[in-house]
Design a protein around this ligand. Structure first.
Ligand code: UDP
Length: 328
């Protein structure tokens, strides 16, 4: 059996990837320090003999015994609120963490796929975003800690590929959603659904004319799976090109859930990208991949998940206390 290490395995995407690779017959080693991950996301895997878990900060030296065939580097905070609360950890996991992962891959002769992001395009001036676009990023803005760490990650990954001949893959993930997102991570889908379930107003930032394109998690996982086993080492966008304004999206979520919430407006966060939509020509041509799950279907499944949370989880509106996880 082949062995794969997944960093960030207790996170939203990491845990879905762990499920998928176990289903495909791999031995999976999950790694997470739970700073933004949730033990509940992998609880169902703890009894699986093919799943092993190591609680560790990926920014620290990684020691894995035995053979390793693949590594997926998915450990990172991924929400703008997290970047403000844990900026140094965000920078470290994307830079030092990536360096550790690449070093481990080199030592084990493993193929590594790193999770990059549409944030490498910043507030884009090219639309839709192709992989050739270099981006428009503010290095010192509130998102800079994430964006620049991920840009560094791509540079480091390419350097290991070019200099050491390492087998590398880079996925640029656009907004992805589904069950196991953190209700209080501040991102738009958990935010709106939590507000609806608590009977609160829906908070649209700015005038809501900014756009996003939302990809359901199963589609995202399929794209990542295909990229890992492709022979393409340059970055590939994986996302859903169906674009919608945040205001229309708020109305759609209210309609779909039968919520009674009304929309209120709050200030637009600094450097909030005005338009985001992936050009997925590469994914279509190279991976023969495109998203299959329509937004309405995906949103319904996601809402079912949030509805299944306990009252305590639903009303725990305070942002997670990170202090106990932080060891600088
Ligand atoms: N947003 C909003 N209300 C919220 C949370 C987010 O209007 O309660 C907006 C946010 O300003 C951004 C979009 O929704 O334009 C997506 O935000 P998210 O944090 O999910 O991810 P981003 O794509 O900005 O990284």
């Amino acid at each position: 059996m082949e062995r794969i290490l997944i960093t960030g395995a207790a996170g939203f995407l990491g845990s879905h990837l762990a499920d998928r690779f176990l289903k495909e017959g791999f031995k999976v080693i999950g790694m997470d320090n739970y700073i933004t991950g949730n033990p509940k996301n992998i609880e169902h895997l703890k009894k699986n003999p093919d799943f092993e878990f190591i609680e560790q900060d990926v920014s620290r030296y990684i020691d894995i015994s035995g053979d390793l065939d693949y590594i997926l580097h998915f450990a990172s905070p991924a929400s703008p609120i997290d970047y403000l609360k844990i900026p140094i950890q965000t920078l470290k996991v994307g830079s030092l963490g990536t360096h550790n992962v690449l070093g481990l891959a080199k030592a084990k002769k493993a193929r590594v796929l790193v999770a990059s992001t549409s944030e490498v395009y910043g507030d884009p001036l090219v639309h839709p975003q192709t992989e050739e676009y270099y981006g428009n990023v503010n290095p010192i803005g509130p998102r800079g800690v994430y964006d620049e760490a991920k840009r560094f990650q791509e540079a480091m990954t390419m350097a290991y590929h070019n200099f050491h001949g390492l087998e590398t893959r880079i996925v640029r993930i656009f907004n992805t959603y589904g069950p196991r997102m953190r209700l209080n991570d501040g991102r738009v889908i958990p935010a709106f659904m939590g507000q609806i379930l608590r009977g609160e107003d829906i908070t649209v930032f700015g005038d809501g004319s900014q756009t996003r394109s939302f990809c359901y998690v199963d589609d995202q996982v399929e794209g990542i799976f295909r990229l890992l086993f492709s022979d393409y080492h340059l970055p590939v966008n994986i996302g859903n090109p169906e674009e919608i304004s945040i205001l229309d999206f708020a109305k759609e979520v209210i309609d779909l859930t039968g919520g009674k919430s009304k929309i209120i407006y709050k200030d637009l966060p600094v450097n909030d990208p005005m338009q985001r939509c992936p050009d997925i020509t590469k994914a279509r041509n190279i991976l023969n991949w495109e998203p299959k799950i329509r937004r309405k279907e995906g949103l319904k499944k996601t809402f079912e998940y949030f509805k299944s949370l306990t009252r305590e989880e639903l009303y725990q509106t305070e942002h997670k206390d990170f202090s106990k996880y932080i060891k600088i």
